[in-house]
Design a protein around this ligand. Sequence first.
Ligand SMILES: NC(=O)c1ccc[n+]([C@@H]2O[C@H](COP(=O)([O-])OP(=O)(O)OC[C@H]3O[C@@H](n4cnc5c(N)ncnc54)[C@H](OP(=O)(O)O)[C@@H]3O)[C@@H](O)[C@H]2O)c1
Length: 245
Amino acid sequence: MFDYSISTNCLAQKIILVTGAGDGIGRTAALTYAKLGATVILLGKTVKKLEAVYDEIIAQGSAEPAIIPLDLKGATKQHYLDMSATIVEQFGKLDGALLNASMLGDLTPFTQINEKTWDDVMQVNSTSQFLMTQALIPALLKSEIASLVFTTSTVGHQGRAFWGAYSVSKFAIEGMMQVIADEYENSSLRTNAINPGATRTKMRASAYPAEDQEKLATTEQIMPLYVYLMAEDSKSVNGKVLNAQ
Ligand SMILES: NC(=O)c1ccc[n+]([C@@H]2O[C@H](COP(=O)([O-])OP(=O)(O)OC[C@H]3O[C@@H](n4cnc5c(N)ncnc54)[C@H](OP(=O)(O)O)[C@@H]3O)[C@@H](O)[C@H]2O)c1
């Protein structure tokens, strides 16, 4: 596991957006950030799941979160601009964004990739991240020290048979991360990407249905890197892909 010792309240006063906050890694990241003092903005597709995370955050005694129900498949540039404007209006700034939501699509031979599935995976995993980031950068630059964190995968830097659109979409994420990191190198904004590694979630189970889930890292176990990249200890880290495991 990535080695970082988490100190209590290390995210106090921070406003952090988490996408895909209703389930899997995003859910645990949102709960963890809130526990460490952040006010979290929960973005996701399924409102019920976001409400359940909201309730858990309140129950653990953390600051009241905000909820943004949004399906990245259909969202337009205007949705992201409105979202960013609302964040600035409500909080004055954005200190961190964990762009975590994504979809797997189908694992299939390259010649069998369905065009609609390709478009959906590219839209959710890459294009929406581009539009959202474009809209969020002005809000992030209002923070004295901001962190933009993308989510990649091992197949985002080493192509693998049958991982088709998902793999290609994660290559795009790593490229986007490097472009932004280079453009904002001497600014208050740092940009990196996390490769979570094999983690016990629904997405992993649908990619490897025969695997023993109990042998995989839990979402809680991979949190040290997720916290490190939002905490000020990582302020000089920029343009990197870091492995959570
Ligand atoms: N788990 C692994 O082993 C692993 C390995 C490498 C990389 N990753 C990456 O880690 C990230 C988190 O994955 P996970 O394993 O936690 O997956 P997960 O359990 O399937 O969770 C994915 C999250 O993304 C949200 N989401 C999916 N499509 C969306 C859309 N169109 N609009 C808005 N939200 C959407 C889901 O919301 P709903 O629940 O409402 O659908 C869910 O909250 C992903 O970027 C994934 O590629 C995971």
